[in-house]
Design a protein around this ligand. Structure first.
Ligand code: IPM
Ligand code: MN
Length: 341
């Protein structure tokens, strides 16, 4: 029996995770769920603890972690998010943040030119270093002489392995995105490993873009991109951009994985969306597609593909929530997908 640790979390995470689990259960796989109900903002506000040692142990000991969303307007300090999502990414060394963006249906593209709508790109975001490493601090905080430092960390170990991963999954090309015209030290490190990998994969096309130009080119013609490999922050930003080109953040799934150890944390790219939480209108697709990524990782490839096919059919029939132009509630949209399954 495969055990999955499930953290519904906050906001719409608490709504979309149960319907996604129902779909997984309907597939009759040999999977059990260990639901960490208590990991949420209420607990943090009450106890000051984001993830207890027992929560961490259960997450670490599972075959995969499914996370709905973390975030609550009542929690202003960053220790909460850092203590759950970033802690799991860092301490389980989930160095790949894999975010596919594939246009779900023609009508969902915001682009005018039909020829250029068909985005099908894989964003490979470094997930354990960069500006997220937490190196820095504040000197003379809250005074007019304050100094604030958030250092951008790039290491040979971290950069080489993410670049290698990107080349290993590319279908046609790898685009390195950095900002080396203004941030040269990390730029130099990334380019060194990227050039090394280029030599080892002569069959793949490669390109190099500064992140500002990459954002522009993604909108101008997303079909020009296959794999984009980039650092933690640029990957964060470009994956939201790409998700909108693919049909909206309500569809965007992601995997945080360590291909060596097999640890993985799977989460929809959207957050807790407090503005629409508890209204029953959230789009469950991002989480449902995220469970498909998780099944892929657990080598249940056929059920994973069945889930994707069911999602695409429901979208084609317009059996979707309002964000995708439909009229269904979250539960109805999930039921439509189950019916296709
Ligand atoms: C994401 C989110 C997180 C990130 C936040 C919640 C810290 O935006 O998963 O993309 O920046 O990585
Ligand atoms: Mn983000």
């Amino acid at each position: 029996m495969t055990r999955i640790a499930v953290i519904p979390g906050d906001g719409i995470g608490r709504e979309v995770v149960p319907v996604a689990l129902d779909i997984l259960e309907a597939l009759g796989l040999d999977i059990e769920f260990d639901v960490l109900e208590q990991v949420n903002a209420d607990t943090y506000l009450r106890t000051g603890v984001a993830l207890s040692p027992d929560d961490f142990r259960r997450a670490q000991g599972s075959a995969a972690i499914l996370l709905g969303a973390i975030g609550d307007p009542r929690v202003r300090d960053t220790n909460y998010g850092r203590g759950i999502l970033l802690r799991l990414r860092f301490e389980l060394d989930l160095y790949v943040n894999y975010r596919p963006a594939k246009l779900a249906h023609e009508r969902l593209s915001p682009l005018r030119d039909p020829e250029r709508r068909g985005i099908d790109c894989l964003i490979v975001r470094e997930n354990t270093e960069g500006l997220y490493a937490g190196i820095g601090g504040r000197l003379r905080a809250e005074t007019d002489l304050e100094v604030a430092i958030d250092a951008e960390i790039g290491t040979s170990h971290g950069v080489s392995r993410i670049v290698d991963f990107a080349f290993s999954i590319a279908r046609t090309s790898v685009c390195l995105v950095d900002k080396s015209n203004a941030v040269p030290n990390n730029g130099g490190l990334w380019q060194r490993y990227w050039r090394d990998a280029q030599k080892r994969h002569p069959q793949l096309r490669t390109c190099h873009e500064y992140v500002d130009a990459a954002a522009m080119k993604l909108v101008a013609d997303p079909t020009a991109f296959d794999v984009i490999v980039t650092n933690n922050s640029y990957g964060d930003i470009l994956s939201d951009l790409a998700s909108q080109l693919a049909g909206g953040i309500g569809l965007a799934c992601s995997a945080n994985i360590n291909p060596g150890s097999g640890h993985g944390l799977f989460e929809p790219v959207h957050g807790s969306a407090p503005d629409i939480a508890d209204k029953g209108v959230a789009n469950p697709i991002a989480t449902i597609l995220t469970t498909a990524l998780m099944l892929d990782q657990l080598s249940h490839r056929e059920p994973a593909q069945a889930i994707r096919n069911a999602v695409y059919k429901a979208i084609e029939r317009g059996r979707v929530t309002r964000d995708l132009g439909g009229t269904l509630s979250m539960k109805e949209a999930a039921a439509a997908i189950r019916a296709e399954l």
